[in-house]
Design a protein around this ligand. Structure first.
Ligand code: SF4
Length: 100
């Protein structure tokens, strides 16, 4: 039988706690990448005139306040369309300029 000291238990706990934030970040990124792409024919997308290619180069998902995709990703999450990814080059009528 192996004896585990209190010190070993504390060290293992500290190691697990240190890894938790990384696991959460990796999990968030993995989930975002697994989300389906928004279909422009989705009723909510149609209502907001969503398109995969913005008609205005100055207004696109990648520079919208509501976009949470990675800076160099082609697709990413948007708070208007939970559970879906929108195109970084996309656009909808809810576009909001980024602040700061
Ligand atoms: Fe793109 Fe519209 Fe979402 Fe902004 S609100 S990220 S423009 S889909």
């Amino acid at each position: 039988m192996t004896n585990v000291t209190r010190r070993q238990v504390l060290l293992m706990s500290a190691g697990a706690a240190a890894c938790l934030p990384l696991a959460l970040v990796d999990g968030r990124l993995a989930r975002a990448a697994d989300m389906p792409q928004l279909d422009p024919d989705n009723p909510q997308a149609k209502a907001l005139q969503y398109t995969h290619e913005s008609p205005n180069p100055d207004k696109k998902c990648s520079n919208c306040q509501l976009y949470t995709g990675e800076p160099d990703a082609a697709w990413g999450p948007c708070s208007i369309f939970p559970g879906k990814q929108v195109a970084a080059e996309g656009y909808c009528s809810s576009w909001v300029a980024q602040t700061g």
